[in-house]
Design a protein around this ligand. Structure first.
Ligand code: HEM
Length: 480
């Protein structure tokens, strides 16, 4: 019995310590946050949207046991401060670049500071070239009339169900590969044919890298990487496949005369950049453009199927601006409003984080500590009554016009493409591509949804629709 007394005393002391920590955590709200987080883990997006809407400053601070302090804001003044005013204090930061580093290397998407600045300068210059715009139009025509329209016609005759999300993803991949690299193991648009090995490698690498970022304990993926097992082994194989493919293209292009090559990769080679710099830059562009436009278009077509009158207006605007070219596409403001309205409700990038370098304070008074994750939240912002009014959940393209004229909305209120010095480089290209595709499809086809159920929005690195967008497609009668 005498031997047991010290044991009981130790146990009692341990219990006391545990209770103390429990109340300490409760007092600092960490444990209550943890419990709420666990309860809402399957609806984080909606939960955060409710929380920022309830907060008087539209900003919340999330404390999670074992995670860094996270500030989530839907306040435009804060967004402007983070993305522009004090831009240098809010880089992507090591926690982001570290998880994507194996895949994206030193590509523009994954670097900060001087490395980012020099690539941004080069890429902005190349992107503004007229010849690159011409090449984009040529690529779109080839992909739409050479592949997409025939594929959709095939399905429309057969009357079978089509997953539009899948087709749009394959189409976007083909366009971005051709645009960024001049070629690239294109995917068939026949849904029965498996995706290309390059597509699969990109997809696997992106998905596993994203899962690294969401893992509760970093040490697990690091150990798996060290041992070369499980998902980390698959990641390594996929990265090798992507890198080998792009390097091979670089070497082939270098051997050929580069005169008539207008794709992004050829332009970088001609400008004299090192092979690995070209490789990383091109991979970043494919990643940035691969799923974003298809995500936006999937939700756009879903919404549009509920508004036949809007569809009619889009067609009328397109007919009044024929033939379709870079300049006439830019004039399609009603279609642009429909795309913006659908991205407001279903943004391809639902939230995006930076990491504070130094202590700071946001314009609404939120204190920021060095190392904090600071997240701006386009999904929550698009659903804030304070920003969009009582009818914020309605799809109403007219809200983008004042007095019948296109009215520019602050990019800090609508940061779908980010904003400030690091605003999306492909924004203009994305609108041209989306408009071209929407008009080309609507002119020829009618789309009918298979199910009337509301689909689920899944926010991964890029958002997508759970289960895809199942449709019936039929040929549209010729319009007079
Ligand atoms: C609807 C379509 C698109 C949306 C909503 C979109 C959105 C975004 C967002 C939110 C960012 C910031 C990401 C971050 O820094 O973490 C970004 C960056 C970027 N986007 Fe896009 N994007 C779209 C299409 C494209 C396309 C088609 C391209 C390529 C041609 C592209 C190229 C880029 C690049 C290169 C960056 C990095 C810019 C930098 O860090 O300086 N994007 N985009």
């Amino acid at each position: 019995m005498g031997v047991l007394i010290p044991f009981f005393l130790l146990f009692f002391f341990f219990l006391l310590l545990l209770t103390h920590f429990f109340f300490q955590f409760w007092r600092t709200k960490k444990l209550s946050h943890l419990i709420s987080f666990y309860r809402n883990r399957n609806r984080l997006l909606e939960w955060f949207t409710e929380l920022v809407a309830e907060s008087p400053t539209n900003t919340i601070v999330v404390h999670r046991l074992g995670s860094r302090r996270t500030i989530v804001t839907a306040n435009p003044s804060n967004v402007e401060y983070i993305l522009k005013t004090n831009f240098f204090n809010f880089p992507k930061g090591k926690p982001f670049t570290h998880v994507l580093g194996d895949f994206l290397g030193n590509g523009i998407f994954n670097v900060d500071g001087d490395r980012w600045f020099s690539q941004r300068k080069v890429a902005s210059h190349e992107f503004s070239a007229r010849s690159l715009r011409k090449f984009l139009m040529y690529t779109l025509a080839e992909e739409v009339y050479g592949r997409l329209v025939p594929a959709l016609e095939g399905v429309s005759y057969g009357g079978s169900v089509l997953d539009l999300q899948e087709i749009l993803a394959r189409f976007s991949f083909n366009v971005i590969c051709k645009f960024a690299m001049g070629s690239g193991n294109a995917c068939s648009l026949d849904p029965c044919v498996p995706v290309s090995s390059l597509w699969r490698a990109f997809d696997v690498a992106a998905a596993i890298s994203a899962r690294r970022g969401a893992a509760p304990l970093f040490v697990i993926w690091k150990v798996k990487r060290l041992l070369g097992v499980g998902s980390e082994r698959r990641l390594k194989e996929s990265i090798l496949e992507v890198h080998t493919h792009v390097m091979k293209l670089i070497h082939e292009k270098k051997k050929k005369t580069m005169k008539n090559n207008e794709d992004f990769l050829s332009r970088l080679i001609c400008a004299g950049y090192e092979d690995d710099v070209v490789r990383d830059m091109v991979i970043s562009f494919v990643m940035a453009g691969k799923d974003t436009t298809s995500a936006a278009l999937t939700w756009f077509f879903w919404i549009l199927s509920h508004y036949p009158d809007v569809e009619e207006k889009i067609l009328k605007e397109a007919e009044a601006n024929e033939p379709l070219n870079y300049e006439s596409l830019k004039r399609l403001n009603y279609l642009k409003a429909c795309l913006c309205e659908s991205m407001r409700l279903f943004p391809p990038v639902a939230w995006d984080s930076k990491h504070a370098s130094c202590d700071d304070m946001l314009p609404d008074g939120t204190v920021v500590k060095a190392g904090d994750r600071v997240t701006y939240f386009p999904y929550g912002m698009g659903r804030l009554e304070a920003l969009w009014g009582l009818d914020r959940f309605e799809f109403r393209p007219e809200r983008w016009f004042t007095g019948g004229k296109w009215s520019e909305v602050s990019p800090y209120k609508f940061p779908i493409f980010q904003a400030g010095p690091r605003v999306c480089l492909g924004k203009e290209m994305a609108f041209v591509q989306m408009k071209y595709l929407v008009v080309s499809i609507l002119k020829r086809f009618k789309i009918r949804l298979v199910s009337t159920n509301k689909p689920t929005f899944v926010p991964l690195l890029t958002a997508h629709m759970a289960g895809g967008l199942k449709i019936f497609i039929s040929n549209r009668e010729k319009r007079k």
